[in-house]
Design a protein around this ligand. Structure first.
Ligand code: DQA
Length: 138
């Protein structure tokens, strides 16, 4: 099994963002923990970009992967383009958020990723990512 772990804008700044929502660990730590969790059972490929088009192109180039874990960051609420790229993907799509977007501002209530994801883990800070991988490993 080959899994993509995709992070959108500002997630490269984890560790410096509002700890109340996003916790205090960096994306590097999260990705290293995911690697440990995956052991040799699955192959993980990590990608982070602050650019919508680059995320779209990355998804298009990896359509043969089995699953995607994606935290699209703020693009979750705006990006029809990432939604459409994910629609091309035939494997399982798991949406992740560190914060609980359902309990936050009105502008975060629109969620284009949820329309193509089969499952969402949110609100548990970095644990949301680990829960997503555990779910796929089962
Ligand atoms: C986020 C939630 C988004 O609303 C926000 O723009 C982010 C991070 C989260 O993980 O909680 O950048 O996706």
């Amino acid at each position: 099994m080959k899994i993509l772990v995709i992070n959108g804008p500002n997630l490269n700044m984890l560790g410096q963002r509002d700890k109340k929502y996003y916790g205090s660990v960096t994306l590097k730590v999260i990705n290293n923990n995911l690697k440990k969790q995956a052991l040799n059972k699955v192959k993980l490929k990590f990608y982070q970009s602050n650019c919508e088009g680059k995320i779209v192109t990355f998804i298009q180039k990896h359509l043969k992967y089995d699953a995607i874990i994606i935290n699209a960051g703020a693009y979750t609420h705006t990006s029809v383009a990432i939604h459409d790229a994910l629609e091309l993907f035939k494997g399982e799509i798991i949406e992740v958020h560190l914060s609980n977007i359902k309990e936050r501002e009105e502008f975060r209530q629109t969620d284009y990723i949820s329309l193509v994801a089969s499952k969402c883990f949110m609100g548990n800070k970095e644990k949301s990512y680990y829960d997503a991988l555990s779910y796929l490993l089962k």
